[in-house]
Design a protein. Structure first.
Length: 567
């Protein structure tokens, strides 16, 4: 084969312009206030909140000074366990201003998961909502730390949460041992304001500012540690890809604890002076449709299941969505037909697909608003600016275009590492700085990437990443369970659902309802297996390894399921 006939390799480097922003989030907020201070920044209809960028920055500074008045110092970790609300974004910007590390806690977490997350990173303070849906956060925290009931403010000494000192609750009702969020800004003093002003010039764009937990194959979530530089730039370039401007109003129904909400949403708006609009505490398709119409939103984010719920809502035709122009569908494989319906029925002619992971801040590839239609509905786009992507084979070298391999990303977006876990960090990020995603993909000669599967057995249920081993390790605690294996099976609504194969202990008995009841209140709802099968044994190789692919195939056949066609 001559050099001219050598197939192109699956490697692409993003554009070098515009330049990276070497700013802290506080500096970026100040710049947005200087340019767009009197323009709308945040609209939260369910809280009657309408703040300009100037008002948002003022409130965030008061919360930041309030946090410092509690004795917190730059580098301390502050958890937030709450649904989408104005206090969430205030806490996000306030912690960044004060040099505190924001720790995102999944609103679906339960007792054991909360305990693990807070202790893993050593949270000194926790901001929490009283409740969400069926979860009573106050009850869970009091159950975990009963010492709260008799603890003076700021002096918590809990046996199970040894480093936690402050619990700050949303809402006006008093709770023993907890400080009300509304009192936080009021606790700012002249000294803490001066301390805040003194901290600002000491902060660097490369400082860790955010920890986001992502499920791990070890059975416990890992804390991906992200910097100002990581997430501020990713938010900026995602916004650039959908051509955000100060005139845009972005509807953000995705959870803020995910990168999708707090980075692509909040920081995308911050870096463009656009307006953040939160339609509800948690996803509600009717609230999204109503808010898009009432607020004349021009952009809308969501995972595929959200768009499906909106499109299929019985009142969909009643709403005027003609203000919409663009948006992003991401979080899990995007069904091609859904993408087409979003473009045609929701007026989102410039909708894009993005691909990424928490460890890469999150977006690595994204389609462009002017990409050919077939590319926009059947790929996850091309590499973002200032990043590199490659598809590698088992030898770690790029494979020819069109060949399946593992997708790897390198550049400014790659996390600092997993908090306090050098070994897991080294497994994920190689010595040349490549983040190994574990996703199988192909790249064509034009650089468009298509996700075709996963090296690991991660299940993506409605945008939530679930690692079967974490569920397996939990189910092993059930007294009747001798052995358990969990696989992902296709689901028309969520993309994938969990299917647990269980071998019972000799003489023990249990049914599917018993297993689900064991899970409730202990692990997040989306981690509870939808399908539960009781078997005598698992399919094994001759060397004794479980053949999960055979279990998945058999489950699909026995349950009468069909694979979902996705981009």
């Amino acid at each position: 084969m001559t050099p001219a006939e050598t197939p192109a390799l699956s490697y692409a480097r993003g554009a070098a312009t515009p330049p990276l922003q070497e700013l802290t989030i506080g500096q970026a907020l100040a710049a947005t206030v200087a340019h767009h201070g009197d323009r709308p920044a945040l609209v939260v209809p369910h809280q009657q909140v309408r703040w300009t960028w100037r008002e948002l920055a003022r409130r965030a500074d008061e919360v930041a000074a309030g946090l410092l008045s509690l004795g917190l110092q730059p580098g301390d970790r502050v958890g937030i366990w709450a649904p989408n609300c104005s206090e969430w974004v205030l806490t996000q910007f306030a912690t960044a201003r004060a040099g505190l590390v924001l720790v995102n806690v999944n609103p679906a977490y339960r007792r054991s998961e909360l305990e693990y997350a807070l202790n893993k990173v050593g949270c000194k303070a926790l901001v929490l909502a009283p409740a969400l849906k069926t979860s009573n956060y106050l009850e869970i925290v009091n159950d975990l730390a009963p010492e709260l009931a008799t603890s003076p403010l700021g002096q918590l000494q809990a046996r199970t949460l040894p480093q936690l000192r402050w619990v700050i609750r949303l809402g006006d009702d008093p709770t023993p041992g907890m400080l009300n969020f509304s009192a936080l800004a009021g606790s700012a003093t002249a000294a803490s304001r001066a301390q805040l002003a003194a901290i600002a010039p000491t902060l660097a764009a490369t400082d860790a500012i955010n920890i986001q937990f992502t499920s791990g194959t070890t059975g416990h979530p890992k804390g991906a540690t992200l910097t100002h530089r990581n997430i501020l730039n990713n938010g900026f370039f995602v916004g650039e890809a959908i051509r955000l401007t100060p005139d845009d109003r972005l509807c953000i129904p995705v959870p803020l604890y995910h990168c999708f909400g707090m980075v692509m949403g909040n920081l995308g708006c911050l870096t463009h002076g656009a307006t953040m609009v939160y339609p509800a505490e948690a996803f509600d398709p009717l609230a999204v449709l109503q808010t898009v119409q009432d607020e004349r939103c021009t952009a809308l984010y969501g995972v595929p299941t959200m768009f499906i719920a909106e499109l299929d809502h019985p009142r969909f035709a009643e709403f005027d969505l003609s203000s919409l122009r663009t948006g992003i569908m991401a979080g899990s494989p995007c069904p091609i037909e859904v993408m087409k319906r979003v473009q045609s029925q929701m007026h989102m002619g410039e909708v894009t697909i993005a691909y990424g992971m928490t460890e890469t801040s999150p977006v690595s590839t994204q389609s462009a608003v002017d990409d050919p239609l077939d590319r926009r509905v059947s790929t996850v786009g091309r590499v973002q600016p200032h990043l590199e992507v490659q598809i590698v084979g088992a030898d770690g070298q790029p494979v020819p275009c069109g060949t399946t391999g593992e997708l790897c990303t390198r550049g400014y977006s790659v996390m600092q590492g997993y908090w306090d876990d050098a070994a897991k960090t080294a497994e994920a990020v190689d010595t040349e700085g490549w983040m190994h995603t574990g996703d199988l993909a192909t790249m064509d000669a034009q650089g468009y990437v298509n996700i075709v599967g996963r090296l690991k057995d991660m299940v993506i249920r409605g945008g939530e990443n679930v690692y079967p081993r974490e569920i397996e390790e939990f189910l092993y605690r059930h007294p009747a369970v001798q052995d358990v294996q969990v696989v992902g099976v296709p689901d028309a609504k969520y993309g994938e659902e969990l299917c647990a194969w269980i071998v019972l202990r000799p003489g023990a008995s249990a049914n599917a309802d018993d297993v689900r009841a064991f899970c409730r209140g202990q692990i997040a709802h989306y981690k509870i297996p939808r399908h539960i099968r009781f078997v005598e044994a698992f399919p094994m190789t001759i060397t004794g390894k479980v053949q999960k692919y055979l279990m998945r195939q058999q489950s699909i056949a026995d349950l009468g399921l069909a694979e979902q066609k996705t981009a």
